[in-house]
Design a protein around this ligand. Sequence first.
Ligand code: HEM
Length: 455
Amino acid sequence: MTSATQPLPLRETPHVPGWPIIGSLPAMAKDPAQFFVDCYRKYGPVCRLSVLGQRYVLIAGVEAANFLGTREGKECLRSKEFWQGLVEEYGATRVLTGEDGESHKQLRDIMRRGYSKESIKGRYNELVEITDRAILRDWKPGQKVPVVQAMQYMVVDQLGTILTGAAPLEYVKDIRTMILYILNVLVTRQRPKILLKRPKYRKAKARVFELGYKMIEQAKARYGKVPEDQRNLIDDIYAAHVETPTVMPASDLIVSLTGPYVAGLDTVANTTAAVVYTVLKHPEVKARVLAEVDALFANGAIEEEDLLKRIPALQGAIMETMRLYPIAVAQMRTATRDFVFEGHLIRKGEMIYIGTSVPHFMDEYFPDAKRFDIDRYSKPRAEHMQPGAYSPFGRGPHTCLGKSLAEIQIALTMARVFYKLELELVSPHYTLKTKTAPTPGPAMNFKVRVKGYRH
Ligand code: HEM
């Protein structure tokens, strides 16, 4: 063997010191994004840590983000173990987020159209109407509005109407409770399993299943009657069940049909709530955003073509918020086989956090990274285009399937909220408090004052 072909010696992987039994739980629970950045700075792209007795490898930085999209990354990483608990809890055989390879592709193909931007083509003005309805209902002048909660109702109204044909607002609390328990107990495993026996959870689960059965009935009634170009996500999932029941068995219908709420509720509600904060906190940004949205709605109905390009200040504010307040700090995977990453041996079966948000907080990629700077994303700076630097929607085969839909949904929601409402922080010195579980985002007690209507 020549020296050129000799493998490099393996590096010793550092261990992050932690507390007895709970390990690194306190640091992770306090601020997971900062914890992963600190680990990266101190230990480099690979380290090991433990949380509640479970050992994990943390791989982070642009190296890790880019690895997710490589062939080796696809072969060496899988999602199954993290989602298996959810699959069993629903009595299903598989779920989109937990599959990899061919099986994953099969499910993504069924759901691609329903989750895509195409699903709201021609419906932007309808989305605006739903947003207006939610504003009138939950954002009353003179009141202090709990922003995350108000956004949750708005998001369910929007996603329900657009993706499934109905807005099940009476189930919002149940969906949230179920997401909270499942993500905390079964997916991220930050809480003990015994919690799933709580009556509060059992009741919420029964209600979400009730919603699921109603959705099945609706889909059944529509099957074969809706023209191809008007089919929504629910129609596509149900058609797959009828036409290829081995691919979409009856047992998998509820988890798939209620999927948009699990995937879209906390993610969009937390992100839009954070945008409310960042824009109000920066008066110079607010002035630019208001000028833009006033022009956008000046003629009543809006043009769909190139919407995001026509609101660069708002789009910059949204992207900057998603950089600084990512709802997915890391992706979770298991090693399918032994592999070497950045000179470190990772063993088959090890659980891995992939800290894709770490570069978001690094001056090397986003100069003066702590600064809220909405012009980072326009050319020639385009800081987010550096490979592996910006991953709010994840990376690799599981990259957010609702990304392009979410981008429009978030932009239109924020455009309409700022167009319609005169909002202010309860104090100009207010600094956002955040929560980390089940999805990182503004704390539930974050409120803004509605001073009145602008339009
Ligand atoms: C702020 C908005 C959103 C953000 C930041 C976001 C982020 C993410 C991330 C990071 C993942 C990858 C998880 C992983 O690799 O383990 C993901 C997956 C996914 N997202 Fe989103 N998401 C958002 C909104 C939405 C919306 C509105 C929908 C649809 C209603 C949606 C549907 C999905 C689906 C179906 C997946 C699973 C994809 C797969 O496993 O193949 N997301 N999202």
